[in-house]
Each structure stands twice: as C-alpha cells, then as structure tokens.
Design a protein around this ligand. Structure first.
Ligand code: EPZ
Length: 419
C-alpha cells in the first residue's frame, strides 16, 4: 500500500488549479444511464471513485471512450443494458447506489447491491428506497441486494424527504426525469453538486425546476445528446484554503467561483486569513497568528460542510485558544482525532462534539489514514509538523484527490509517495 513522507514544517506558496468535483461527477455519470444517445462529460477528476463509477457503467453495458488526459468520457449505452450492479464494485464506492434510480427509471428493473456502511457511519439508503417506492419501484432486499422492478414507467409523485440527504435527492431527481407526469420533491438537499446535476439534465432536455428546497420534475420520454463540463471541486478548494491559512502560506486558487465556498472563506477570514476574490480566482494569505473560531458546527449546505470538518479541526489545533467542533451529519466522523493526538494535539471528544485546545506544537509521527477527508487532514497536519511524518494507506486519499502530491509539491511542500 502506498504511503506519503512529508517533511515539515513548510509554507504553501504559489498557484493551484482545482480539479472537477468528484461529488458532482458521480451523480452525473450515473444519470447517463437514462440516455440512449451519446453523452460527453468533461472536466472529470482523475480519482479512483470516478474509475469505479466508469467500470460500473461498463459492467452494465455502457460503451465508454476516455480521452488521453482521462478528463473526458464519451458514453454510449446499448439498447438492452444489464441491470446488475455487483457488490464487488458497489462495496468499493457507496456512490454506486446512484445507479439504482436511473436503472429502474429506464429499464424498469435492477439488482443493485446495498452499499453497506463505511468508516464514517452506517450510511443507510432508506430515504432513497422510500422515495423510489413512491415513484412506483417495488423491491425486496435479498442477500445484500436490492431486487427492484416497476410495472412499466415510473409515475410522478409528491415526496417529502424525512431528512436532508444528498444521495436520496439525487437518486430521486434522476429517476423522476423519465417518469410519467409530474414529481414534486420537498425538503431536498441543495448542495452545489446537485444543482450541477440538474443543470446537466436540463441541458439534456429534462424539465427540472427549483424553488428553495422544493424540486419539481416533469417527466420526458427521452434525453438528448449532450456535452457537459463538471463544476470544480469546492471541497478540494476549501482544503487548499485551509492549508494556506494553516501554514502562513500565500496561495492563488484558479478556476473556481468563490461563491460556492463563501461561508468557508468567511470562517477563514475570522481565523485571520487575508482573502481576496474575483469571479473565478481566490488569493489567500495565512496569518502569523491563527485565531480560534470558538465554535464550528457542520451543517447541510449552505452550512459548513462535513467534508471540511477534519481539515478545520487541524487549523483549530494551531489556533490561540479553545474551539468546539460539532459534527451534525455523520455519527462517527472523528477518526482523524486519534491520529492528530499522535502528532501532539490536545482534543477531547464527547459523542459528536470535540473540544480542540489549540496552540499545538505538532511533532512528526507515523500516521494511518481512515476516510477520505480525514486522510487529507493528516496531510495538512504533517505539513506544519516538525520533522518527517509518514502517512499510511493513502489509497483513501486517491479516491477523492487527484494526484495531491503533485499539486502540493508545486506549492512548496516536501512530500513524496512511497510505493
Ligand atoms: C454525500 O454523501 C457525499 N458523497 C458525502 O461526501 C458528503 O459527506 C455527504 O453527501 C454530506 O454532504 C457523495 O456525494 C458521493 P447524505 P451521501 O445522504 O449522499 C443519513 C466524501 O468525502 N442518511 O446527505 O451519502 C446519512 O447516514 C463523501 O466525498 C440516511 O439515514 O450523504 C447521513 O448521516 C463522504 N438514510 C445523513 O443522512 C438515507 O437514505 C446525510 O447523508 C440517506 C442518508
């Protein structure tokens, strides 16, 4: 298994360009199952999760051509596709559950593995199943598979999600595009990645309208040939902004509309960062002294994203005071805490709350990655630790960050990957 060696402390300096969003690419790629004409998706990030999704589509019968730079996929589905999404593929990437909606909407049957949990939580899919059932999907769970079918086309329905769920919202919107009649989804998640999905579908001839957390979809018979470029990854951008703030850095981030991370940028300003933005560039200078943010609570969009919680925790370890971090989305998303404690952090956990005592002097150590975002938090901590840190199992990182060591080397970080 690959590992990183990071020689700290270093200061970030230079320019970084943000890759396409993994969490916008996954639902967009899954939704291409609705099409019987060619679809071209551009600006895909070259990360493992995208390869997994492309392999899953290929296993279902999609003919996929990838460009030399691996950022563009041309997808053409066969007339009669397979509808079996195997556990071997689904278990490596939970986002695979997003093929269920399009398979049932287009082919009226599907055998999709339950994704199972992951380190950050049980990750159930009950909201997905309840919503698709309302649209006319009948299913039973057998041997860890969702065996689903519908009597012909799905039928539009009015659905209110019990809780905000990114995946359940995406699965339902995708399925409703080919349903008969009108679907109204209430209490939807409204992450920018979901809007990127609906922009893509509307460009392809779907009829989707948003009003706050309500999404109205008028079913159509088919979708047109389309070419679409995926939005940049706001979590990758946020991670680099935290890194610059943490390391007294001076960083320019290109090709990202700052509006999608305005809340996070305001938070970093409060921590002392000096930030300038224009329509698609951010310039960020880290302060000599990092101020404690007192209390940070992760929330569904437009709140502070759970996917930045671990990175912000590292920042607060270097702040001049105590900070309370409340993780309100996932039940077990503090795996990075034990690793940060190995580097010298002083953090107390009580259920989904963590008190960070700040003024930490990180000393390099050997570390273990866990979930994708926790792993990148260890990279950030290693960047400002004294000495050589080793980070093991960085395949977690490769799932969601495109060749992060190349980007980090270019902005002054002494990092190397050991096979
Ligand atoms: C998406 O996961 C993202 N993944 C996650 O990013 C992100 O952390 C999460 O949204 C929250 O923003 C992708 O987009 C591929 P949810 P998702 O459904 O859709 C519970 C990363 O690092 N829930 O909004 O699975 C669930 O357990 C990943 O890129 C149910 O109970 O998140 C969680 O506690 C990690 N039943 C909460 O809702 C359901 O049917 C929010 O989950 C669905 C969800």
């Amino acid at each position: 298994m690959d590992k990183f060696i990071i020689d700290g402390p270093c200061r970030i300096k230079g320019k970084v360009s943000i890759s396409g969003s993994k969490n916008a690419s996954l639902p967009i790629l899954a939704s291409t199952l609705l099409f019987d004409k060619p679809v071209i998706i551009k600006n895909l990030p070259r990360v493992k999760d995208i390869n997994t999704m492309l392999n899953l589509l290929k296993s279902l019968g999609s003919k996929i051509e990838i460009s030399k730079d691996k950022k563009t996929a041309r997808i053409l589905n066969k007339k009669n596709m397979k509808t079996f999404a195997s556990y071997s593929l689904v278990k490596t990437m939970r986002g695979s559950i997003l093929v269920l909606g399009p398979l049932i909407a287009k082919f009226h049957k599907s055998m999709t593995s339950l994704p199972g949990g992951c380190l950050i939580g049980a990750r159930p899919v009950d909201y997905h199943l309840a919503a698709l059932k309302k649209l006319g999907m009948n299913y039973e769970i057998k041997d860890g598979y969702i065996i689903a079918k519908s009597k012909g086309k799905l039928k539009g329905a009015s659905i209110t999600f019990p809780k905000l769920s990114v995946g359940a919202t995406e699965n339902s919107i995708i399925a409703a595009c080919l349903a008969k009649g009108k679907t109204i989804l209430k209490n939807c998640a409204i992450e920018p990645e979901i809007k990127d999905l609906t922009n893509f579908l509307n460009l392809s001839g779907a009829k989707i309208k948003w009003k706050g957390r309500t999404c109205k979809i008028k079913g159509v018979n088919s979708l047109n040939q389309t070419e679409y470029s995926v939005m940049p990854d706001r979590i990758e951008a946020g991670t680099f902004c935290v890194a610059a703030t943490l390391s007294k850095g001076n960083l320019e981030i290109n090709n990202l509309n700052p509006n999608v991370i305005q809340k996070e940028l305001n938070l970093l300003k409060k921590a002392g960062a000096n930030i300038k933005t224009n329509k698609n560039k951010i310039t960020i200078k880290g302060p000599e002294k990092i101020k404690s943010l007192k209390s940070i609570k992760t929330k569904e969009y437009p709140g502070i994203p759970t996917d930045l919680q671990a990175q912000l925790m590292v920042l607060m370890c270097k702040a001049n005071g105590k900070t309370l971090i409340t993780e309100s989305i996932f039940e077990n998303r503090f795996m990075h805490v034990a690793e940060l404690q190995r580097l010298g952090a002083s953090i107390n956990i009580n259920k989904n709350k963590a008190i960070i005592h700040g003024n930490t002097n990180f000393v390099a150590a050997e570390l273990m990655s866990s979930d994708l975002r926790a792993s990148v938090a260890l990279v950030l901590a290693a960047i400002v630790s004294n000495g050589k840190s080793v980070i093991n199992r960085i395949y977690h990182l490769d799932r969601g960050y495109e060749k992060i060591e190349n980007k980090l080397k270019k902005i002054g970080i002494k990092i190397k990957r050991l096979k």
